[in-house]
Design a protein around this ligand. Sequence first.
Ligand code: AMP
Length: 304
Amino acid sequence: MTSNDVQLTIVGSVAIDTIETPTEKHEEILGGSASYACAAASFFVRPGMVGVVGTDFPNHFRQNWENLKIDLQGLQSVEGKTFRWSGVYEENMDNRRTLSTDLNVFETFSPELPESYRAAPYLFLGNIHPALQLHVLEQVQNPRFVLIDTMDLWINLAKEELTKVIGKCHMFTLNESEATLFTGEHSLQKAAEKLLELGPEYVLIKKGGNGSMLFSKEGIFLLHAYPLNSFKDPTGAGDSFAGGFMGALAASGKTDLESIRQSMIYGAIVASFGIEEFSLDRLWKLTSSEIAARTLEFKEMCRI
Ligand code: AMP
């Protein structure tokens, strides 16, 4: 491995979103799990992005990624339109409804890792079809830490493949309703126990504005979300959390529980900035010193 090789590979969707909240509507804005996760990780390491865009993909989005020093060798550009997704948030900003999903070039996407990504010790597989996640796992060389995310769609459509994927990662993450959907358990503890039985060392259950819970045979770690007075667009918060978490863990070079707990704090902090604006608008201008200051403030809030 040379110093140019990426330490963290991130695979996921790249999307052009239209998002409606009770007060605002933003059309044709950048989204997708890989976009959010790579931007969040870039504050800690240089991540390599694996995804696909169409020929209509605006150059200024790509320029923003380059400004964050995201490696784009793994980003495929193919003839056709970029994946489009639109969603609407209800009054409480918690419930979200999907209005439309146009897969476009995402429909035939097959993630291929550039040679320089294959030995990356850290890997985040964002929310894509579990068969594609398996395809990525076949290309990597013994990574030290693999985090895998999913969504209700794959639990409903491809549970068998998803179960295989879960058995091949170090940490599996999903949100609380998905944990119940997958296991049939309403108790998150019971749900996590069932998921741990499938093979991963850690299960991370995301609870939106209520934070997250990490389960392992070493016990439970509870992390609150950073309290914000107001936020504009929660889209991608889970991906920013995962990207910030994996970026911080990769920067630490470790995989022990203490480093995982510390890195989860960075995930929560970067995600809190991300939702202050629509799309990735807050992340483009975020600085490391802002992350450091909010992290200190957050740790003080949690001190017992
Ligand atoms: P989250 O808020 O974590 O659910 O992530 C939202 C992002 O996921 C949006 O920017 C969407 O473009 C993207 N997205 C929505 N549906 C899908 C899907 N079926 N596969 C992959 N990404 C998706």
